[in-house]
Structure formats: structure tokens, C-alpha cells
Ligand binder design. Structure first.
Ligand code: HEM
Ligand SMILES: *[C@@H]1O[C@H](CO)[C@@H](O)[C@H](O)[C@H]1NC(C)=O
Ligand SMILES: *[C@@H]1O[C@H](CO)[C@@H](O)[C@H](O)[C@H]1NC(C)=O
Ligand SMILES: *[C@@H]1O[C@H](CO)[C@@H](O)[C@H](O)[C@H]1NC(C)=O
Ligand SMILES: *[C@@H]1O[C@H](CO)[C@@H](O)[C@H](O)[C@H]1NC(C)=O
Length: 257
């Protein structure tokens, strides 16, 4: 509690110092507070980001279906039931350590070859040890291919297109296959890899640009922060559903890689 309070105070003084008090655009009660000791986080940036903003319990523990429904609707403007089947998948794998089959702790999701698979964009493979935490070295290879740090000369340079994202994903999987002698090209990996690329694109989509802003992708993966400060608002686009994700999955899969 004490820690949390001093953290918020720190963020508030930052806001006061920043031009136009830009941090004030974080919705009240949903300020970004990254993981504190004792809290649980997952290999999934989408869930961690929500916990870091209090759209899921900040503890990351005892996550139930109602919490996921609330989070995805309020943080990202998905129809509340969009992730019901993802939640159910976690339940069906019996990976929970909470003692309640209807809930899990975020770190439970790192169990290998259950929901978690090889060739992630921002995590290392289980073979190398930690498949749960953000891995800056793995991510750097992907970020480079997404052009996240390229000099942005034109408006066009500020966005990641479906084509660029699909190629970066395929290249990351190719790298992982080359170095991991136990790479598991499971059915889950084969669909999950383009599936999670579709997920971050849909979540961070700028409908007018038909692409995702690089600054939003950086914030989401590197800080596990909702890019409010970079202009994101959950109300910007139209409500997303599993159909939106399905359509993006098709677009990602259609790219020749
Ligand atoms: C109950 C709902 C969810 C569950 C159980 C879940 C679980 C997971 C798991 C276990 C992974 C690791 C897969 C891997 O090994 O690469 C993952 C990755 C990922 N998830 Fe989720 N997730 C959920 C919801 C979401 C949401 C709402 C978003 C987006 C807003 C999201 C975006 C992603 C992305 C982009 C990755 C890929 C990360 C990477 O490759 O580095 N997920 N998710
Ligand atoms: C999970 O547990 C249930 C009930 O004990 C069992 O029927 C099911 O086969 C288990 N699933 C997996 C993937 O181990
Ligand atoms: C298990 O979790 C569910 C969902 O939060 C809750 O409704 C139920 O009461 C919990 N069961 C026990 C035994 O605590
Ligand atoms: C690959 O993963 C699947 C589950 O996704 C699992 O059933 C299978 O045993 C794994 N294969 C190896 C060789 O570990
Ligand atoms: C989308 O969700 C609806 C309602 O929850 C469900 O009936 C449908 O099968 C889902 N479609 C896909 C492609 O997952």
C-alpha cells in the first residue's frame, strides 16, 4: 500500500512537470504502475498491460472470467466475451496454482506447451529458461524488423503495416527454429504465432491509417503500458470482436513470407 502510494505520488509529480500534463490522460484509477514485488505477470503482454493499469487485479492473481471480460472491454474496447474461449483454454489445461479451477495467476500461463508456445515475439523459448518475462534481446530482433527505431521522415514511417508485422513474425519463428533444438511446431504454435500478431495489431489499430502506430507498439511491449500518452484511447475506434480478430488473422496469414 505504502509502495503503491509513493509510486502514484511520483507519477503525479512527473505529470506536473511534463508539457500539457500529458499523463493526466490516463483514466483515473487506471494509472500505469508496473509490476511490484509479489505480483504475478504472464508471457502475455495483453494481460500484463491490463494488470499494470488496474483493468485486471494489479496483483495478477486469482484472475477469473468476469475480470477478463471487464478488462478487455474497458482497456481495449473489445466486446466483453471476446476472450472467453482463450480464458477457457487456460482453464482446460489445468495450469492453475490458485486452488480454484475457475481462476489462475498470470504466471501460471507460462506453463510450456499448454497455452504458451515457442517462437514468441518478446519472450525467449522455454528451452532457454525463462519463457515468461519480456526479453529485450529477443524483442530487439523483432523491433528492428518492425522498423520501430527507424528515423520517421514521413507520416507513413510512423506505422507498422500488416505486411511488415507478418514478415517480422515469420522471421522470428525462423530464428527460434534455428537456435532451439526442441522447438515445438505444435498446432498451437502454428496458429498461435500469427494469432498473437493479429491480436496486437487489432488491439493497437489505427483505423484511418490501416496500420498500428510504432509508438503504441513500443509502449505495449516494452513497458507493458497502454499508450494513452501517445494518443491511444479505447474509445477511438469501433468495438472489436472475435470477428475483428479473425479478419486480421486472415490478413496476417495471407502475407507471403
Ligand atoms: C484470457 C485471455 C488471454 C489469455 C489466457 C492469454 C494468454 C497468452 C499466453 C499464454 C501467451 C504466450 C504465448 C506465447 O508463448 O507466445 C500470450 C501471448 C500474447 N498475448 Fe495473450 N492471452 C489473453 C488475452 C490477450 C489479450 C486481450 C491480448 C491483447 C490485447 C493478448 C495479446 C497477446 C500477444 C500480442 C501475445 C504475443 C506475445 C509475444 O509473442 O511475445 N492476449 N497470451
Ligand atoms: C484437466 O483435469 C480434468 C479433470 O481432472 C481432466 O478430465 C482433464 O483431462 C485435464 N486436462 C488436461 C489437459 O490435463
Ligand atoms: C472460485 O472462483 C470463482 C470465480 O471467481 C468463484 O465464483 C468461486 O466462488 C470460487 N470458489 C471458491 C471455492 O472459492
Ligand atoms: C508439443 O506441444 C504439444 C502441445 O501443444 C504437446 O502435446 C507435445 O507433446 C509437444 N511435443 C514435444 C516434442 O514436446
Ligand atoms: C465469436 O463469438 C461468438 C459469440 O461469443 C461465437 O458464437 C462464435 O463462434 C465466435 N467466432 C469465432 C470465429 O471464434
Amino acid at each position: 500500500m505504502r509502495l503503491t502510494l509513493s509510486f502514484s505520488t511520483c507519477l503525479l509529480s512527473l505529470a506536473a512537470a511534463s508539457p500539457a500534463g500529458s499523463l493526466a490522460r490516463e483514466p483515473k484509477g487506471h494509472e500505469w504502475i508496473p509490476k511490484l514485488p509479489g505480483q504475478s505477470r504472464s508471457p502475455c503482454p495483453g494481460l500484463n498491460v491490463m494488470a499494470n493499469h488496474g483493468y485486471l487485479p494489479r496483483s495478477g492473481k486469482n484472475i477469473d472470467l468476469a475480470a477478463v471480460r471487464y478488462g478487455v472491454a474497458n482497456a481495449y474496447n473489445y466486446a466483453p466475451t471476446t476472450f472467453d474461449s482463450a480464458f477457457q483454454m487456460a482453464v482446460d489445461f489445468n495450469l492453475t496454482t490458485t486452488g480454484n479451477a475457475s481462476t489462475f495467476n498470470l504466471a501460471d500461463l507460462a506453463a510450456h506447451d499448454k497455452v504458451e508456445f515457442d517462437g514468441s515475439l518478446s519472450r525467449n523459448d522455454h528451452y532457454f529458461g525463462d519463457d515468461n518475462s519480456f526479453n529485450p534481446f529477443i524483442w530487439a530482433t523483432v523491433a528492428k524488423r518492425l522498423g520501430l527505431y527507424d528515423i520517421q521522415r514521413s507520416q507513413k514511417d510512423k506505422y507498422v503495416t500488416v505486411e511488415v508485422a507478418a514478415k517480422a513474425r515469420a522471421a522470428r519463428v525462423k530464428d527460434a527454429k534455428r537456435v532451439n533444438p526442441e522447438f515445438n511446431a505444435s498446432a498451437n504454435e502454428v496458429t498461435g504465432s500469427p494469432g498473437t500478431t493479429a491480436l496486437y495489431l487489432v488491439t493497437l489499430w489505427d483505423e484511418k491509417a490501416d496500420a498500428a502506430p510504432k509508438s503504441w507498439i513500443k509502449s505495449f511491449f516494452e513497458q507493458e503500458r497502454i499508450p494513452y500518452l501517445e494518443g491511444y484511447a479505447s474509445s477511438l475506434g469501433t468495438q472489436k470482436t472475435n470477428l475483428t480478430i479473425g479478419a486480421m488473422f486472415q490478413r496476417v496469414s495471407a502475407v507471403e513470407v
